[in-house]
Ligand binder design. Sequence first.
Ligand code: 3HC
Ligand code: NAI
Length: 690
Amino acid sequence: MSDTVTITNEDGVAVIVLDNPPVNALGHALRAPLFAALEAAKADEAVQGIVIACAGRTFVAGADISEFGKPPLEPSLPDLIALLESIEKPTVAAIHGTALGGGLELALGCHYRVADRAAMIGLPEVNLGLIPGAGGTVRLPRLVGPEAALGIIVSGKPVGMEKAQALGAVDAVADGDLRAAAMAFLRAKIAEDGPHRHIRARDEKLAVDLDAFEAAVADATKKARGLTAPLTAAEAVRNAITMAFDDALARERELFLERRDSLESAAQRHLFFATREATKVPGIARDTQARPIEKAAVIGAGTMGAGIAMALANGGIEVRLLELNAEALERGLGQIDKTYAGSVKRGSIDAAEKEARLARISGTTDYAALSDCDIAIEAVFEDMGVKHKVFGALDKVMKPGAILASNTSYLDLDEIAASTGRPQDVVGLHFFSPAHVMRLLEIVRGDHTAPEVLASALALARRIGKVPVVVGVCNGFVGNRMLAARREENESLLLSGATPEQVDRVFADFGWPMGPFAMVDLAGLDISWKHRQSLGLTAPVADALCEAGHFGQKAGRGFYLYEDGSRTPKPDPFVAELIERKADELGIERRTVGAEEITERTLYPMINEGARIVEEGIAARASDVDVVWVNGYGFPVAKGGPMFWAEHFGIGRIVDRLEHWYGETGKEVFKPAPLLRQLALTGGGFADLA
Ligand code: 3HC
Ligand code: NAI
């Protein structure tokens, strides 16, 4: 008996209950007493069978991820499962909630699995840059066949009971009292004659055609996006077919440990905790009451408004979409219909689901129709005058306690809030395009935003499947402000001697899905041109390109050439010549620019700006910045975000090079932030700042 494990004997059945809140992770505090309990049950002649069940909201959600960077403590999870598997009396795992990773591996060490109908099982280790390390890759293929196991392990996606039972991963599904069902199942097994077969002894499903398996591997790993873990996971499943059980098990452990010690896994584990940490907002108590949100108004049905309406409707929220006039409204609603039709065509939703979602969205041009909405999200033109008008109108019609949100990218939220008589109800909800797809949501906290309003925004984000990060008011908030710092040198690099393809290659090699020039071409050069003009700024190369009609992909030419409607960028001699001419005009002698220089002049200013953002309290912690960049801007997951990567790479090294470029150019973006200097001096990390 311990705090975390209890064992009771119920008429010859040992019921072992694990209780390690919040998710029964298999940390040492659980492994050690569980090992002792299993040894006792194994040795006790009065025990004829064992049920392993969990207290609280879920079965075991896996190994304790926070232990991975620390010295190992005995017994290890594989040792624990080996002991479980050595027991000859029938053993049953009673699964509710989610049996994930090491949790499912524990259940696979039992003879049988009985699960609650709402339960999910899965091996999500790849999401942490890992592979299953306690037998998952060798036992699951024996239970469900190698191809099905491959799908589950390489995707990391949990499966529900209908599929799990059809595959043979669970033996029985319970609708009522799970513990009673598991007990009844076990008693029937005790009464059966003959030995109970361990999964390790079930080799029948392994007799597969290897060519077909390799085709399945190619298919399952094609979305690996440069990550190693999915490929290693496939290798481990292959070993389950080609090696003897114990050899495959030993190899799985080696591969697991290799992955565990990789930067990729450290980065993904960092992101796992960072994403959860980001929801803990200074000044907001965990029990702060969120206001209920069932009906939402969206103002503006352009690119963002339409996307936001879909994001809300997809989360089951009723939406009223308001536009300037019937024509603009029709256009917006038409765009939504078209987008859903595309999803049906791709098979991501069916026709009935499309109709259900569409039915949640209605249009209006009359503010009075918004009076019963719990929240209004404004996505009109990026113009303070227009925002004032809209917020003034909302203030008049929205019910007391309704939340007034703006999707502004750059404007001062406090100034927007000042156009209402209820600044406490005003918050920024900065979605990313396309808003129904991109997971990041920057929640902008104004000077007066009430804690319940922030709590409501966080709850809304969770409901519609977004990853929220609360940020402070400044030009561009966290993401766009850092993007601006990164962008600052794009033109200068070209003028110094680099080509767009060279710069984009360096970004691709770092792991970005796209380099800055390909990205501008995709977004449209005219957008940033207009933005520059509104701020009185110029960019010699990009401005000249716009003047020549090089608006990007949509025009067939931008920084690259897109021939015959192709989306593949090709170097454009016109652009090369233009860059040379502009450099000439500016008296810049072009020279060879190396990959390192490109990284130093683009990535480092961005990290520097990130440090300023943390320093100023615009982000509550450096890890929030990482969550923003990975979820909103395609920063490579395997590198954990700009601040995590900076720390891994060496803040001192970065500060040295920033100093160098500051000396060379005198540009503010290179002037090392005091926080970076301080960390470089002390050798500390961002986490030490907390
Ligand atoms: N280890 C340590 N802490 C964990 C954890 C784990 N495996 N899983 C969850 N937690 C913590 C979270 O950090 C969070 O802590 P906080 O409250 O202090 O922020 C708390 O438990 C609750 O987690 P969530 O907020 O995520 O709760 P939800 O109810 O939304 O989700 C869950 C529950 C689906 C279980 C989700 O937490 C999850 O997906 N957990 C990770 C599962 C996983 O990846 N398992 C595999 C681990 S690796 C492994 O097992 C290796 C093995 O093969 C050897
Ligand atoms: P858009 O130009 O595509 O859409 C704006 C829509 O608002 C138009 O349909 C217009 O008719 C409507 N509108 C204008 N004034 C209105 C009013 N007074 N009442 C009702 N409707 C009105 O613009 P987009 O790109 O959707 O941007 C909207 C907001 O979202 C801006 O603040 C922008 O900065 C922000 N944003 C844009 C992102 C993007 O990638 N496009 C990303 C994140 C935020």
